[in-house]
Ligand binder design. Sequence first.
Ligand code: M6R
Length: 358
Amino acid sequence: SKGTYDTFMLKEIDEQPAVMRKISSHYFDGKKINVDQKMLKDVADADRLYIVAAGTSYHAALVGKDIFENLADVPVDVELASEFGYHMPKLSKKPFFIFLSQSGETADSRQVLVKVNELGFHSLTMTNVPNSTLSREATYTMELLAGPEIAVASTKAYTANIAVEAVLAKAMGELKGVKAAKDLDLQGQLALAANAIQTIVDEKDKFNKIADDYLTGKNDAFYIGRGIDYALSLEAALKLKEISYIHSEGFAAGELKHGTISLIEKDTPVFAYINDGIGAAHTRGNIQEVTARGAHVLVIASKKYAEKGDQVIIPEINEMISPIVSVVPAQLIAYYASLARGNNVDQPRNLAKSVTVE
Ligand code: M6R
């Protein structure tokens, strides 16, 4: 039930701190990581991971690529389910497949899993619904533990998925003796993430005002960022477009000058993310370029890279998993933009919660 909330989406956004704590207490037993040991050996033995997903889950996979490559020291390909099954690339010698699916029922993802099973490869489904089709048909399952997600726009499943990817990556890295995995205090980081999300959701009015200031009467908006913020920008833009119906795109900030910047005119809303240390200085340059062309820029920066005048500051968190926190402003901006337009926030037009056709 919605409880005291008017919409499931807002309730689910607010549940995210509790979800982070639940993941931490479920998957950690003191310092020990609680995952199926047979699965762990199987996945750690792979020479390449193929993460397959759609929509928001695909965006969580893009964030996961960085996490697995860093913590588990394994190359990762991220694949759109609707493409991968029909255009399968040449696979590595020892592939392992990870399916990300909130519902566990997405037909695009399932058609890939059917082929993976025919080929005899092992797989893991990370899902919020443990008895779902993808869960039953994959070799292994890890639960997202986000609790039922009812709003069509996925929020807590995205942040849960990133956290669960980090749990598995850390366990793999520890098994393989990867220093980065041993050094990461993931429990501590998940606790920080929970508190950071809480700080953001406690400031709802601020995001309502931002949505109002930046998006009233607008037909187009852009999210930009580099590295981890690029992956995040794709999710932020999807959230905004699917429920507000404002055309929005996520771009790698460095790509703007290769075409997209021609779309920038006076008062075009641009949301710029700066959580990625390597990209920070360059993204500042891109912000200057769009500002010079009249864009209305909102900077969402982590505390570490924030500068005077930045409007939204993200509390300190490990960069790799920072989208868990930095997505929340985008979820709230999308929510308020949708509400202001009088849309059905929980059930946007033309969309279903789980897409069971290919
Ligand atoms: O249940 P799944 O995670 O497999 O669903 C995949 C997409 O259909 C889903 O994430 C969709 O993009 C959401 N509406 C996004 O908010």
